[in-house]
Write a protein that binds this ligand. Structure first.
Ligand code: PMV
Length: 326
């Protein structure tokens, strides 16, 4: 049987950086994100007894050997848990560049997990699907539930899962993704995170997360945009501080990233409620309310070095579709 899933990428408002268990991809801290509707991955999976190996194709580019290895590792896990002995044919495509800090691994492993189980005819609960996706790429678990999502840190594999706090229709926010460099990041998040404990600040960051999670959930509940934005920006700076003080340092920003960060502070002073957050790459996510989208875009267009602007709305979680890729 053939199955196809579409998965949104997600932007973390409270970010995860560092693992408590490398193999299971259990995080050092809980995190919270919003699914993004314009940056997604579509994946078709078919298991077939006639195949003599897994065949993985990225339709809009090339996978590195390392990436293929990681996909096959995920498939092997699914095969071993379901007593499946056939190889699979997989085709996948992204609506955005992978490796540019726009969380292609999140949407990628979410789509792969949901499509693979459907292709096997096995129905899992949403919670179980998030656990499998997490083992492919931590942040992928947050792309499975709807809208605004919390990933619980947990203390073993079953308790480290993601669930929807609010549906995508709950709050009409925007994530204006400003692309300042399309090239692949030099240090993968998997590699970068292994050094987290070399930062003298990692403990403080992890210790501060429960209070920050409570505060951001309260801001979401009250739809208090300024409170939400302040926490988003604070946590972004916090995470990058840990990254940049690791040994060796993991530094993702470039000059345009920094110009935008400074500009956002200036735009706020002029009365525009917009906040930045940045993942593992130089590109900047600007979070604002729908009413301010046009004003934010107008401001961003004045910054030299911006290559593209992608406007995201809150998206529903990963789901099956009928348009197969082969
Ligand atoms: O999902 P991973 O293991 O590639 O890590 C992603 C980590 C960040 O994107 C930097 C933060 C986050 O929580 O999404």
């Amino acid at each position: 049987m053939k199955a196809t899933a579409i998965a949104p990428s997600n932007i973390a408002f409270i970010k995860y950086w560092g693992k408590a268990d490398e193999a299971l991809r259990l995080p050092l801290n809980g995190s919270l994100s919003m699914n993004l509707d314009a940056t997604n991955t579509v994946t078709t999976v078919e298991f077939s007894p006639v195949l003599s190996r897994d065949e993985v194709t990225l339709l809009d580019g090339d996978f590195s050997d390392k990436e293929i290895e990681r996909i096959i590792k995920s498939l092997n896990l699914i095969r071993s848990k379901t007593n499946t002995y056939s190889f699979a044919r997989i085709a996948t495509k992204n609506t955005f560049p992978k490796g540019a800090g726009a969380a292609a691994s999140a949407s990628g492993f979410a789509a792969l997990t949901v499509a693979a189980f459907a292709a096997l005819g096995i129905t899992l609960s949403e919670k179980e699907l998030t656990v499998f996706a997490r083992m492919g790429s931590g942040s992928a678990c947050r792309s499975i539930p709807d809208g605004f999502v919390e990933w619980k840190k947990g203390n073993d594999s079953d308790s480290s899962y993601a669930y929807s706090l609010h549906p995508s229709t709950y709050w009409d926010l925007r994530d204006v993704l400003v692309i300042v460099d399309y090239r692949m990041k030099k240090i993968s998040t998997t590699e970068g995170q292994t050094g987290v404990k070399t930062s003298p600040f990692w403990r403080d960051r992890v210790a501060g997360i429960p209070a920050k999670m409570a505060a951001i959930k309260a801001a979401l509940k009250a739809k208090n945009f300024r409170a939400l934005g302040r926490i988003i920006e604070e946590d972004c700076l916090n995470m990058h501080h840990v990254m940049q003080t690791q040994n060796p340092p993991v530094y993702y920003w470039n000059d345009v990233t920094k110009t935008i960060m400074d500009s956002v502070v200036g735009w706020r002073k002029q009365g525009l409620p917009v906040y930045f957050t940045i993942d593992a790459g130089p590109n900047v996510h600007l979070v604002c309310e729908a009413k301010d989208e046009a004003a934010v875009i107008e401001k961003v267009q004045t910054v030299a070095g911006v290559e593209n602007i992608i406007v995201n709305r809150p998206a529903q979680g990963t789901h099956l579709i009928q348009d197969h890729l082969f």
